[in-house]
Design a protein around this ligand. Structure first.
Ligand SMILES: [Zn+2]
Length: 279
């Protein structure tokens, strides 16, 4: 679902230095994205969320050219089952680091995710040499959700990643401001949500400000964050949204739009220096 001409990285022929994102799958049923970081010709693969079964994750990784590439690390936004499948507990390879926010530590422990290679964070950290991660905790249900800003120092490239945020706070807008690529949830159309057969308590949870962003809230937040090149719409509700409705508020805004799908990976999106940073 690409409009304009997004820049696509070929994962099998990495540059000496690059950062690229591919959303393997995104919906209320399961979320997992791949981040491929290449430095001096050496590739490191990271996952954002583990909301697909291991089997499906590896199948999608093979589909996007990463069969057999070891997972260096996995970063969790939060531990809801559509972002962290219990089947991964104890199944992550020994060499994979799991990054969990301090607020999620207790739940991660109870669910069997704290093990030797677990990194508990509470502030910025280096994911790899030359790749900085700036996390920001936002409200979502009880324990909150982590949004991420990834910065590749050598290319001044930045990626923003925000899902399940409920509403876009000023703090979040500042945190992700001016990134090259912004991956952000566009969960529901309020009209379809209201007309759905979902129970009232669930509708209230989703639309109540600490659940999910509507299409309009997503478009407004995107305008404020002002990504320079590319927007990836995440986590579309199957029942209460369509790619067409989600895309409406982004027409003619000057950036490419990719809509993540529930059952197949997006193209690879190469993260480059934003114009604002270059200038
Ligand atoms: Zn979710």
């Amino acid at each position: 679902m690409n409009h304009n001409s997004p820049t696509i990285a070929d994962p099998s022929a990495p540059d000496s230095d690059s950062l690229a994102l591919c959303v393997l799958s995104s919906s209320s049923a399961g979320n997992c994205s791949a981040l491929l970081y290449t430095r001096n010709g050496e590739r490191s693969l990271f996952l954002i969320d583990l909301g697909l079964t291991p089997r499906r994750t590896f199948r999608h990784l093979a589909e996007v050219g990463l069969a057999g590439v070891p997972i260096a690390g996995a970063l969790l936004t939060h531990l809801d089952t559509d972002h962290c499948k219990a089947t991964w507990a104890g199944l992550l390879p020994e060499s994979t680091r799991l990054y969990v926010h301090r607020r999620h530590r207790g739940r991660a422990e109870r669910e069997g995710f704290l093990y030797r290679r677990c990194e508990v964070f509470d502030g910025p950290f280096a994911l790899a040499p030359g790749l900085e991660v700036r996390p920001l905790l936002q409200s979502h249900d009880e324990l909150g959700v982590v949004t991420y800003r990834f910065e590749q120092a050598s290319r001044e490239a930045a990626l923003g990643f925000a899902t399940d945020v409920g509403h876009a706070t000023e703090e979040l807008v500042r945190h992700l401001s001016g990134v090259h690529t912004l991956a952000i949830e566009s969960n529901y159309c309020p009209r379809l949500q209201a007309a759905s057969s979902r129970p009232e308590f669930l509708k209230r949870r989703i639309m109540g400000g600490s659940g999910h962003l509507s299409n309009r809230e997503c478009a407004t937040a995107t305008q404020q964050i002002a990504p320079s090149k590319h927007v990836v719409l995440l986590h579309l509700s199957r029942e209460c949204n369509t790619p067409e409705l989600a895309g409406l508020g982004h027409r003619g805004r000057g950036y490419a739009v990719t809509t993540a799908e529930p059952d197949r990976p997006t193209d690879w999106i190469r993260i480059e220096a934003s114009e604002a940073v270059k200038a």
